[in-house]
Design a protein around this ligand. Structure first.
Ligand code: MRU
Length: 376
């Protein structure tokens, strides 16, 4: 199967069909989600994960909620209801900024469209509405709300198609840093499953493969949730790319053996100074890459940059359930009652990053200036 055949998220207006990533690679199961609560649960429990994919799923969840919002006396009531939906979706996962970025964008469209339609509804003093007008105020209100719902659906679909184009452009930019025959190391899953198509870091590998380049990808298994073993190894294998799975503690060995010419990872939030939050274990890889003189690249869309967050110290790092660490595939592997620390992400200081590859170009130090230019 080609990666292009994998469609992690498909929106049909009244339902969101998504791959249940918790079941991969054993089973390729699609879920039909019809309510915002189901979408929230899917994000929280990692059925859909990866920064851009979380933002996309939340946008579709927002559109699903808009379609069933009560029709109140005024559009202000609808806007207030959707504010609650936004805040609810934003509680699903805290670290990936793409979720908050997508919610802010949907909210902006909601308010602009509402303002536009309210202005269009304002009674014109020169032509007062006829008392025998066939449209009752209640049904006119419902029709206006429906028009806004259609606009929100269209915006969510637009976010998805923009993401697809961005990923392809990130891949093209990554290719300029890659060479035929090289070995690359990646962490977590930053592929098609984590986006709408192609991925971020993996986009470079897919495009290299399309060109017929021989690249060898080392995929960290990525404890504790094993996104590398379950998802990255699966999707690269489906695409026919040479992928070698390693445990996280083997990265130093493959680098010391000279098998890795670049480390390429994704990002969940990039602070204004370039500090980058990504899956736990990324920081350690950056330290190793510096030690072995291997370039360390972060690949992410501009929507993952958060100019409002000054440094990595200001990024909220999600902590997840102890069971992710004490159990493997449902089996307990640690003693009952042991203390567990389970941060889902870490922050790589910008000093350890060689370049940040986006759809709009490649940022190199000074990152603060480069990020400022891209996000202004
Ligand atoms: O907890 P996850 O699986 O959502 O974490 C995902 C990652 O850290 C990815 O590497 C990151 O979101 C980049 S996805 C293109």
């Amino acid at each position: 199967m080609l990666t292009q055949a994998i469609r992690p998220l498909v929106f049909n207006g009244d339902r969101l069909t998504m791959i249940d990533q918790t079941r991969l690679p054993q089973e390729l199961i699609y879920l039909d989600l019809r309510t915002v609560e189901e979408v929230w649960e899917a994000i929280r429990s990692l059925r859909v994960r990866g920064a851009p994919a979380i933002g996309l799923a939340a946008s579709f969840g927002y559109a699903l909620a808009a379609a069933v919002a009560p029709v109140t006396d005024s559009l202000e009531g609808f806007v207030a209801h959707m504010q609650g939906v936004r805040e609810y979706l934003e509680t699903s996962r805290p670290t990936a900024v793409n979720l908050f970025w997508a919610m802010a964008r949907m909210d902006r469209v909601l308010r602009e469209e509402t303002r536009r339609l309210m202005a269009a509804q304002m009674p014109d003093a020169r032509s007062p509405t006829s008392p025998t007008s066939p449209t009752s105020p209640a049904s006119a209100q419902a029709m206006t709300q429906q028009a806004i719902v259609e606009r929100l659906r269209a915006e969510a679909v637009l976010i998805q198609s923009e993401d697809e184009r961005s990923c392809r452009a990130i891949g093209e930019n990554l290719l300029t840093l890659m060479t035929d025959g090289m070995g690359v190391l990646t962490h977590c899953n930053t592929g098609t499953l984590a986006t709408s198509q192609y991925g971020t870091a993996l986009a470079g590998f897919y495009l290299a493969h399309e060109r017929g380049w021989a690249i060898r990808v080392f995929a960290d298994e990525t404890r504790p949730v094993l996104q590398g073993a379950r998802l990255t190894a699966w999707e690269l294998q489906q695409a026919g790319i040479d992928v070698t799975l390693i445990c996280d503690n083997m990265a130093a060995t493959v680098m010391a053996q000279g098998n890795v010419q670049a480390v390429v990872v994704g990002a969940d939030r990039i602070a204004a100074n370039g500090d980058t939050a990504n899956k736990i274990g990324t920081h350690g890889l950056a330290v190793l890459a510096r030690h072995f003189g291997v370039p360390f690249y972060v690949a992410a869309p501009v929507s993952t940059m958060d100019p409002a967050t000054a440094t990595g110290a200001d990024i909220h790092i999600e902590e997840r359930a102890a069971k992710e660490v004490t159990h493997v595939a449902g089996e307990r592997i640690a003693p009952e009652g042991v203390s567990v620390y389970n941060p889902a992400f870490d922050v790589t200081p910008h000093e350890l990053i060689t370049a940040i590859v986006t759809e709009r170009g490649i940022c190199r130090p000074d990152f603060a200036m480069a990020i400022g230019n891209l996000t202004r």
